[in-house]
Design a protein around this ligand. Structure first.
Ligand code: SAM
Length: 248
């Protein structure tokens, strides 16, 4: 893992790699990283006319400073997905379509240190970004990255839960049936209702089928004008899950 710290200023935050000789930050400029080495976490100090503080990065810091390749899943959906998948340190979860790793980071945090996340990502370009984002986190060792196209013929992987962020997850439902433990959870993230309908059409015999769209409204925390923000994100995706319970 890189030796990362969060550098916080009044208007900006940055991730700084303490193993790099030089650091180059927008609005602050370039400086030798070792000028930060003697600073204590949580204690303000001056850096090129900016009052700064070093902190330990949280999942939210890592997520908000993530390098983006393909479209990422955002926190309102990540929270539900992670909760509903039951991600905990005794589980093995398979994630198909790692992309930029926004979900991967959150699942890895919940699974560490003894759980495991197996992530399929077919694109070399996306894998490079995913790897970089994951390497910045302390949870890298809980993740196995698989740079392969996931297909219905992919060898079975016994798992507690399974998550698809791919365009046609209904092609993988037979695979899911073979790989999930009894009671295991299958989940898909789908941008359109057309995909939701196709997916649900393939879920005959599955139990506890649920369909969720999370709506979050962000407000401005401004003492003199406490109200919803002018611009808010519209639709992101639908989340469908079903449970592998065979009562016959
Ligand atoms: C929308 S992105 C996933 C974003 C990710 N969930 C995140 O939060 O950062 C979908 C990813 O799935 C990958 N993908 C699509 N079909 C795949 C398949 N059959 N096997 C492996 N990866 C696949 C794409 O290359 C792409 O990176």
């Amino acid at each position: 893992m890189s030796n990362l710290k969060l550098l916080f200023t009044a208007n900006q935050k940055y991730l700084v790699d303490f193993d790099e000789e030089f650091t180059d930050l927008k609005r602050i400029g370039r400086f030798k990283t070792n000028v930060l080495h003697n600073q204590k976490e949580g204690v303000p100090f001056q850096l090129v006319n900016h009052t700064c503080m070093l902190l330990k990065p949280t999942l939210h810091d890592l997520e908000s400073l993530i390098e983006r390749g393909p479209q990422i899943i955002i926190p309102k959906d990540i929270a539900w997905i992670s909760y509903r998948l039951g991600a905990s340190a005794s589980e093995h979860i398979v994630e198909v379509g790692g992309g930029s790793g926004a979900l991967t980071l959150a699942l890895a945090q919940s699974l560490a240190p003894t759980g495991k996340l197996s992530v399929f990502e077919q694109s070399k370009k996306h894998l490079r970004i995913l790897n970089k984002n994951l390497n910045r986190s302390p949870w890298k060792d809980s993740v196995v990255l698989i740079n392969e196209e996931f297909t219905p013929d992919t060898p079975t992987l016994i798992c507690d839960a399974l998550f698809f962020d791919t365009p046609q997850p209904w092609n993988f439902i037979s695979w899911a049936k073979k790989s999930l433990i009894p009671g295991g959870l299958l989940m898909a993230y789908l941008p359109t209702t057309n995909q939701v309908l196709e997916f649900i059409n393939h879920l005959d015999g599955w139990q506890e089928i649920e369909l969720v769209e999370n709506i979050q409204r962000d407000w401005q925390a401004d003492k003199s004008a406490l109200r919803p923000k002018n611009v808010s994100l519209g639709h992101t995706g639908f989340i469908v899950n079903a449970r592998n319970i065979d009562l016959h």
